[in-house]
Design a binder for this molecule. Structure first.
Ligand code: LLP
Length: 432
C-alpha cells in the first residue's frame, strides 16, 4: 500500500508469465515488440536494482565496493542506473573508461583491467588517476612507471596474479589457470613486489585475481579469495600494506533454471576468506547483476521442415545479436511471449546469418509456432548486446529499459546510414 490507501500496482521484478503473457516488470512484452520492432533487447530496471542490492546487502557491513564489470553490458542507461545505486565500475579498455565517465563514474570509482593495454590507453589511465590499474605483467608495470615518472604523478596499481585455480567454467571463459594468458604468475608477482620499495612512482594498492566467468561452484571462488587474502598477509609481514583486495567477478547465473550459487553464500565465503586481513573487498560482478535482467525479443520469420520429427524456425535474431550460443554452445531458455497450452512441437531455432553455427536454440520443444510470433531469449542481459556485431550488415538491435511500468528506448536501432557513417569510398574505387 502507498500513502492514501491506494493499492500500489505490484509485479514480479524481471520476466514472468502472467495469464499466458510474458511480462517484464509488469509490462506485456508483445506490446513492446509491436511498438519497437524486433530484434529488441529489453531490460528490467527492477531486477537490476534487486540483484545489485542483493550482492551489496550480503556484505552486511563488511567494507567493500562493487565494481560492476562494464564489459557485460555498457549501455549508458544501465550504467547510470547502477551508478545511481552506488556501484563503482570495472573497465576493460580506455573506451569503456570514457563511457563510464559519461555514466557518471568518477576516476576514483574505476579499476582498469585488461590483458593488453596500449601505450595510449596507459597514458590516459595514469593521467586520470584511477582507483587502480590492474597490472598484467612486469613489462606493463614498467611502462606504467615510465609514464608516471614523465607525468610527475604516481600511479595506483594492483597486480593481477594468476592463481592457477580452475574455475571449472567453459574453457573460453576460464582465466585462472597457468596456461591462460591472464595475470602474473605467483613467483613473478613476488619478484615484482620485492622491487616496489625503490619505485616511488608506483603505489601498490591491491592484489587482484579473476579466475573466470559463469562460475557455478563456490569452491574456486572461495579459493581465489583465500589466495588474495594470503597474499595480502604475506605482503603485510614484509611491511607492505594494501588498501583492499580485489577478487574479480565470475559469479554464475542459472541459464537452465537449475540451482546456482546463492549471491549471499558467495559473499559470505569471500568475506570469511578475507576477514583475517581486515581489508575491504572489491568484487567485479557483471553477469550476475545484468544477465537475468535482459531478454532478446525475436520474431519468427520462416518455418520449414528439418527432418522427420522437427522443423526449423528461422528468427530475425541470431549470432549477430546474441553470440553466446554460437561461440560457447551456450544454452538460453526461449519462451513465446504469448504462451498457449497446445501440445509442443520440436524446433531447431536458428538465426538469419549465413553460418551453420547460427543456432539460437537446439532441439527445443515449444507450442506450435507461426510466422510473426515473438519469442523471448532469456538471460541475455550480459554479454548479449555488448557482443553484437554488424556481420551481414545487420544493424545493431534497439534496446529498451523497462522501469515502473514504462519503457524507454535506451539505444535506438542502428540504420544503414549509421553503419556507413564511418566509411569512405576513396579514390581507388573510381580507378578502372
Ligand atoms: N573482471 C574481469 C577482470 C573480467 O575479465 C570479467 C569478465 C569480469 C570481471 C566479469 O565477470 P562476470 O561477473 O560477468 O562473470 N563473453 C563471455 C564472458 C566473458 C567474461 C570476460 N571477463 C560470455 O558471454 O559468457
Amino acid at each position: 500500500m502507498i500513502a492514501g490507501g491506494i493499492v500500489e500496482s505490484r509485479f514480479v521484478a524481471g520476466f514472468s508469465l502472467v495469464d499466458h503473457h510474458l511480462q517484464c516488470d509488469g509490462v506485456d512484452l508483445r506490446s513492446v515488440a509491436d511498438a519497437e520492432g524486433t530484434p529488441l533487447y529489453v531490460y528490467s530496471a527492477a531486477l537490476i536494482r534487486e540483484r545489485y542490492r542483493a550482492l551489496d546487502d550480503a556484505f552486511a557491513g563488511y567494507p567493500h565496493a562493487l565494481h560492476y564489470a562494464l564489459k557485460a553490458n555498457s549501455n549508458l542507461a544501465i550504467g547510470r542506473l547502477l551508478n545511481s545505486l552506488g556501484s563503482a565500475a570495472d573497465a576493460n579498455s580506455i573506451w569503456e573508461i570514457d563511457v563510464a565517465q559519461r555514466m557518471g563514474f568518477a576516476p576514483h570509482q574505476l579499476v582498469f583491467t585488461g590483458v593488453g593495454k596500449s601505450p595510449d590507453e596507459l597514458e590516459r589511465a595514469v593521467s586520470l588517476g584511477l582507483k587502480a590499474i590492474n597490472v598484467e605483467s612486469a613489462g606493463e608495470l614498467a611502462r606504467i612507471e615510465a609514464i608516471a615518472v614523465r607525468q610527475g604523478r604516481p600511479a595506483r596499481v594492483a597486480v593481477r596474479i594468476n592463481p592457477d585455480i580452475d574455475a571449472k567454467s567453459h574453457p573460453h571463459i576460464s582465466t585462472g589457470l597457468k596456461i591462460n594468458k591472464f595475470g602474473v604468475p605467483l613467483d613473478a608477482a613476488r619478484e615484482l613486489f620485492a622491487t616496489l620499495a625503490g619505485r616511488p612512482y608506483l603505489t601498490l594498492v591491491a592484489v587482484h585475481v579473476h579466475i573466470g566467468s559463469q562460475v557455478t561452484s563456490l569452491e574456486p571462488l572461495r579459493g581465489a579469495a583465500e589466495f588474495v587474502a594470503a597474499m595480502a598477509l604475506e605482503l603485510r609481514r614484509v611491511g607492505m600494506e594494501l588498501e583492499y583486495v580485489d577478487v574479480g567477478g565470475g559469479l554464475g547465473i542459472s541459464y537452465d533454471g537449475g540451482p546456482v550459487i546463492d549471491p549471499r553464500a558467495y559473499v559470505e565465503a569471500i568475506v570469511d576468506a578475507v576477514r583475517p586481513t581486515g581489508l575491504p573487498i572489491v568484487i567485479e560482478p557483471g553477469r550476475s547483476i545484468v544477465g537475468p535482467a535482459g531478454a532478446l525479443l525475436a520474431r519468427v520469420i520462416d518455418l520449414k521442415p528439418r527432418n522427420a520429427v522437427s522443423d526449423f524456425a528461422v528468427l530475425d535474431a541470431g549470432m549477430t545479436e546474441l553470440m553466446r550460443p554460437a561461440l560457447y554452445g551456450a544454452y538460453h531458455r526461449i519462451e513465446p511471449v504469448h504462451a498457449t497450452d497446445a501440445a509442443p512441437c520440436h524446433y531447431e531455432l536458428v538465426g538469419p546469418v549465413c553460418e551453420s553455427s547460427d543456432v539460437v536454440g537446439r532441439d527445443r520443444m515449444l507450442a506450435p509456432l507461426a510466422i510473426g510470433d515473438v519469442l523471448a531469449i532469456l538471460d541475455a542481459g550480459a554479454y548479449g548486446a555488448a557482443m553484437a556485431s554488424n556481420y551481414n550488415r545487420r544493424p545493431l538491435p534497439a534496446e529498451v529499459l523497462i522501469d515502473r511500468g514504462r519503457w524507454d528506448v535506451v539505444r535506438r536501432r542502428q540504420t544503414v546510414d549509421d553503419m556507413l557513417a564511418l566509411e569512405h569510398i576513396g579514390s581507388t574505387a573510381t580507378v578502372r
